[in-house]
Ligand binder design. Structure first.
Ligand code: PGA
Length: 247
């Protein structure tokens, strides 16, 4: 049985002070939970989040990373920096970064390799647009994203990677994929991982993301190929996020 992994993606929300307020409530609410819990917070909140979650069951992640260790890249944060402060996870290739910051399958692949070199565990996002779903190319598109993201990654490295399937039309829209549709794509992703890595595919965590809320978490997370979720808007409020985690 694969474990369930539930990650919050705060996006560009919460100041350090608001992070403290959130964690004061949240740490207590989820202290007995056995699922893996990850909070991916803005860079500026990382230090305080790491400090407050020491000796708790919460792991901390960043939402992006550069592929170089250092250099003239104004405004960027390197994997070496994240590793140095004790960050454990990093979201790579979120659809908002692909759409607004020109991230490509190629840069996603470079970032995954750089993250792994620094012992960060990547949460790699893939997912189709509404047009792609409507014309029936979801499988081809998503499996191509997976193949391209994982070029040069071996099976041992693959075990450290989480895949998040996030249909773009479901992100922040209140529209959730049906549990059957979400599971079907997660299954296609696992089949692709089988082709690439054999039985290792059965160990890989594949999350669903896109308008996950307390009211739909259970039906989604109980599907055969969905091993938890990447939760945006509903991770901002400690009580709602706890209800999702305790689905
Ligand atoms: P949402 O975002 O839960 O607000 O739809 C999910 C995500 O983008 O990771």
């Amino acid at each position: 049985m694969r474990r369930k992994v539930i990650a919050g993606n705060w996006k560009m929300n919460k100041t350090p002070l608001e992070t403290v307020e959130f964690l004061k409530k949240f740490i207590d609410l989820i202290k007995d939970v056995e699922h893996d819990i990850i909070l991916c917070v803005p860079y500026i909140d990382l230090l305080v989040a790491l400090e407050l979650t020491k000796n708790t069951n919460i792991k901390i992640g960043a939402q992006n990373v550069h592929f170089k260790d250092s250099g003239a890249y104004t405004g960027e944060v390197s994997p070496k920096m994240l590793q140095d402060i004790g960050v454990e996870y990093v979201i790579i290739g979120h659809s908002e970064r692909r759409a607004y910051y020109n991230e490509t399958d190629e840069s996603v692949n470079m970032k995954i390799k750089a993250a792994l070199e620094h012992e960060l565990k990547p949460i790699v996002c893939v997912g189709e647009t509404l047009e792609q779903r409507e014309v029936g190319v979801t499988k081809e598109f998503v499996t191509t994203q997976i193949r391209n993201a994982l070029i040069g990654i071996d099976a041992k490295q693959m075990k450290k990677i989480i895949i998040a399937y996030e249909p773009i039309w479901a992100i922040g829209t209140g529209k959730t994929a049906s549990k059957e549709d979400a599971n079907e794509v997660c299954h296609w992703i696992r089949e692709e991982l089988h082709t690439l890595y054999g039985d290792v595919a059965d160990e890989i965590i594949i999350q669903y993301g896109g308008s996950v809320k307390a009211s739909n978490a259970k039906e989604l997370f109980e599907m055969s190929d969905i091993d938890g979720g990447l939760v945006g808007g509903s991770s901002l409020e400690p009580e709602e996020f706890t209800r999702i985690i305790k689905f």
